[in-house]
Design a protein around this ligand. Structure first.
Ligand code: HXC
Length: 512
């Protein structure tokens, strides 16, 4: 080895060893190092690192002499299941993974390459936030990252893994990405930490209560997946990518196996005879889709609606389904937001939508009206109407009023609508309808309760079925539940050549 090569080796070794030297510190917190995370993310021997020799140029606060290995972030490209992807992985052991000008520039370069090559971006966040010594350069770095997050949005999938602290404005980059995976016990996200909260509002709260996994999965809706540790988070990211095309002009990857679109007699028995009894919509989803292919998104948030990815005969799809087991599957503000965002994502990345309907309506109440259920519910109508991917709706049981439309009726552009014989498609439920339409007769009757029951039954007989809607061509077919997988699978195949476009516009104005 000549002297120059020897010098290179020493330089490289010292930068690589930095991570190794501090591995113990990371491991003691239940975390992997930045490089260990990338090793697990990418297929063996495919990771190519860029800008290893990056160096900050801050001169304040004795920073001139401060070495920050790789400026606190490892960036580059590699292959995940044989497909190109870009990633950055912040190194908390290097000045707390803090984001300075050069650190941000490395992340931006990875993002620009992801955009140029049409490949997903995975961001592994483990950082104390803006590098305090750098001031406005650091803020500018974040600004550039946010700008690029927005440029990449809808062009390539962006996944954020939160493997450590993510505080202040730093939380907005994950928020601008498509999916946030949080790691239990180590990731906390908040705009202002517990001390600032205490000073500003007097409220006492721990960092975990304020921004831990439970907060963001169950209350805020910021998190899409919860991982038990770093390894699990990386496996979730890889699984998620397995449903997605590399970019918005690619097709979702087909699983090339021999699938049978067989009859499923068990589906005939899932919906209870008693219309007031509930059942688990996930039992239908798991049967309709290929074995173990369902990956639920935001499973702890707005449980009255289920969204997630799955496959039917190897073809990736997005599922949106009411959950009668939770709040009777009613649509409220959070359910509208959750579903609208998911539909928007599926449309951007060419994933057909399968909509399973059992919905009694939009949630009534002062809280919902004050909270803007009109504005939020409209997102669902907008997202479905805007989506040009194949849209297939199956009405399982209730499909009442505006919520019938909002779950992707034919009028909102569904390519096919199937109804089970248990479907009830009406303006509202029989009880509500009878109480309004026959209010006077019931009030004046000698036996009001008897007349009420009679009118409810009359209304149910007349409208609580799929045949009236089918008579007006709102339903393509009333089907035996056991045939659902076969018919949805065939329709998906037929729709694979679907072409639909919007009238020209700069952008629509979604009611956010
Ligand atoms: C510079 C930082 C840093 C930061 C941590 N470090 N955060 N250096 N800028 N923001 C350094 C520490 O000085 C220390 O350096 C090393 O990283 C490890 O930090 P510790 O504090 O020892 O680690 P720990 O006890 O685990 O605490 C982690 C932490 C804490 C909770 C993240 O470091 C912290 O509170 N940091 C500041 C967080 C913050 O206020 N950031 C700015 C947010 S504002 P040495 O040399 O000792 O190893 C923001 C605005 C963005 O981000 C706006 C965008 C629009």
């Amino acid at each position: 080895m000549n002297t120059k090569t020897e010098e290179l080796k020493l330089k490289r070794d010292s930068l690589f060893k930095h991570c190794e030297k501090n591995a113990e510190k990371q491991h003691s917190k239940g975390k992997l190092t930045a490089r260990e995370r990338l090793d697990l993310l990418f297929d063996k021997q495919t990771f190519m690192e860029n800008f290893l020799f990056a160096r900050h140029r801050c001169t304040q606060f004795d920073m001139t002499s401060k070495e920050i290995a790789a400026d606190g972030v490892i960036t580059g490209s590699g292959y995940i299941d044989d497909r190109l992807a870009f990633a950055f992985s912040q190194d908390f052991t290097s000045s707390g993974g803090s984001v300075g000008e050069i650190h941000a520039d490395k992340i931006c370069k990875a993002m620009q390459s992801a955009l140029k090559y049409g490949a997903p971006l995975i961001g592994i966040n483990d950082s104390g936030g803006a590098r305090i010594q750098e001031g406005v350069q650091s803020l500018s770095g974040y600004g550039r990252i946010f700008f690029l997050n927005t440029q990449l949005s809808g062009v390539v999938p962006q996944i954020s893994i939160i493997s450590g602290p993510c505080a202040g404005g730093a939380a907005y980059s994950p928020a601008l990405s498509d999916f946030v995976i949080m790691v239990r016990g180590v990731s906390q996200m908040f705009i202002t930490g517990p001390h600032v909260v205490k000073a500003a509002t007097g409220e006492d709260i721990t960092a975990e209560e304020l921004g831990g996994v439970n907060t963001h999965m169950c209350h805020s809706g910021v998190a899409h997946f919860i991982a038990e540790d770093d390894d699990h988070a990386l496996r979730l990211a890889k699984r998620l990518l397995s449903y997605l095309p590399s970019n918005n002009i690619g097709e979702p990857p087909l699983k090339k196996e021999d699938f049978v679109l067989d009859e499923l007699p068990a589906l005939d028995r899932i919906v209870p005879e008693n219309p007031k009894e509930s059942y688990d919509m996930k039992d239908i989803i798991s049967r309709l889709t290929d074995t173990d292919s369902f990956m639920e998104v935001q499973s702890g948030y707005a449980k009255n609606i289920i969204v997630g990815f799955a496959r039917i005969a190897g073809r990736p799809i997005g599922i949106v389904a009411n959950q009668p087991m939770f709040m009777a599957g009613v649509i409220d503000i959070d359910a509208s937001d959750k579903a609208a965002r998911f539909i928007n994502f599926c449309n951007a990345f060419n994933l057909p939508l399968i909509n399973l309907v059992d919905v009694p309506g939009f949630l009534p109440g002062i809280e919902q009206e004050y909270g803007g259920i009109i504005r939020h519910g409209a997102k669902l109508l907008y997202a479905y109407s805007h989506a040009t991917v194949p849209k297939i709706t199956v009405i399982i049981r209730k499909a009442y009023g505006g919520a019938y439309l909002a779950m992707c009726s034919r009028d909102l552009g569904a390519d096919a609508v199937f109804a089970w014989p248990t479907a009830e498609i009406a303006v509202m439920g029989a009880e509500g309808a009878a109480n309004i339409v026959f209010a006077r007769e019931i009030k004046d009757a000698k036996e009001p309760e008897q007349l009420r029951s009679q009118k409810i039954e009359e209304y149910r007989q007349a409208f609580a079925n799929p045949y009236i809607a089918a008579g007006y061509n709102f339903i393509d077919d009333v089907i035996f539940p056991r045939d659902t997988r076969r018919l949805v699978g065939l329709t998906l195949e037929n729709c694979s050549t679907k072409k639909e476009s919007h009238p020209y516009k700069k952008n629509g104005v979604m009611p956010v």
